[in-house]
Ligand binder design. Structure first.
Ligand SMILES: [Zn+2]
Length: 274
């Protein structure tokens, strides 16, 4: 992934950079990741650095060369597909938005976006393959979209604070999550490019890859708890019976359920920091 070197970034327009030579476009990311940049190109450089780190760790892990050991060959094939996608010159877009959605990041799918998808409005700003990142959510900045009542009752802000938040410096309350492992976040989004969607009924490879390859969840601080969830995720990714049936969705769905793997995400969520 040497072509994703921040040194290869070229300015292509107002707030737009291209990672030459592979045509990865970065748009509007001047304030990635935490609204603390002073140079206009800094955000795109950070983003590219995080993406490259995510791909390095993620692809190595899926190929069975990471510290978590060999996974089922099905995942090696997913790594291969993702690598092909990045080698391809087809344009790929990473776009940043500021306080425009509830999600931290979303990715397009080769299946397209349904118009009733709550994220349709942001996702249509990028073609496939594309990722939209909300720097307010990454940085843990309180949204400016709520009404005064919500700020008073929910966030316990005084009138002067509400005015400052709306028109001055937006607040970053300590209890709003600030994304730590951004490499993991970006890798997660690129996995969606392969057509893998979140599901409770079918194996959720995107979530499993994140948990196994990136050491648990960004929403859990305790290292021992994170390690346990990562090990569970990797064990699922090594299950021969489950992944040998990857092309038999019905059979695979039954195994996923019978082995109790469908409870993995809920268990991990139960361990999220308060
Ligand atoms: Zn996702």
């Amino acid at each position: 992934m040497h072509e994703l070197d921040p040194a290869n970034l070229v300015r292509s327009g107002e707030g737009e950079y291209v990672a030459a030579p592979n045509g990865l476009q970065i748009v509007g990311c001047d304030q990635y990741p935490d609204h603390g940049n002073t140079k206009p190109e800094a955000g795109s450089q950070w983003l590219l650095t995080d993406l490259r780190a995510g791909l390095d760790t993620g692809l190595q892990c899926l190929s069975g060369l990471g510290p978590m050991g060999r996974l089922h060959p099905y995942h090696e094939y997913q790594a291969h597909r993702l690598m092909r996608l990045f080698e391809d010159r087809e344009p790929k877009t990473l776009r940043c938005v500021k306080d425009a959605m509830f999600a931290t990041a979303v990715a397009t799918s080769p299946k397209g976006v349904a118009t009733d998808d709550p994220l349709y409005r942001v996702l249509r700003q990028v073609g496939h393959p594309g990722i939209v990142i909300d720097t307010y959510r990454v940085a843990g900045i309180l949204s400016r979209q709520y009404d005064d009542q919500t700020y008073r009752d929910f966030f316990h802000l005084a009138e002067a604070q509400i005015i400052e938040h709306r028109y001055g410096q937006p607040l970053r309350p300590a209890n709003l999550h600030r994304y730590q492992d951004r490499a993991s976040l970006l890798f997660h989004e690129t996995v969606h490019w392969l057509g893998h969607e979140h599901s409770a009924i079918y194996p959720d490879v995107t979530s499993l890859y994140e948990a196994c390859c990136f050491g648990g969840s960004d929403y859990i601080t305790d290292p021992a708890i994170n390690r346990a969830h990562a090990e569970t995720a990797c064990a699922i990714l090594k299950d021969d019976t489950l992944w040998s049936n990857a092309y038999h969705p019905y059979r695979q769905m039954r195994i996923w359920h019978l082995k109790g793997y469908d409870r993995f995400k809920a268990r991990m969520r139960a361990d999220f920091d308060p």
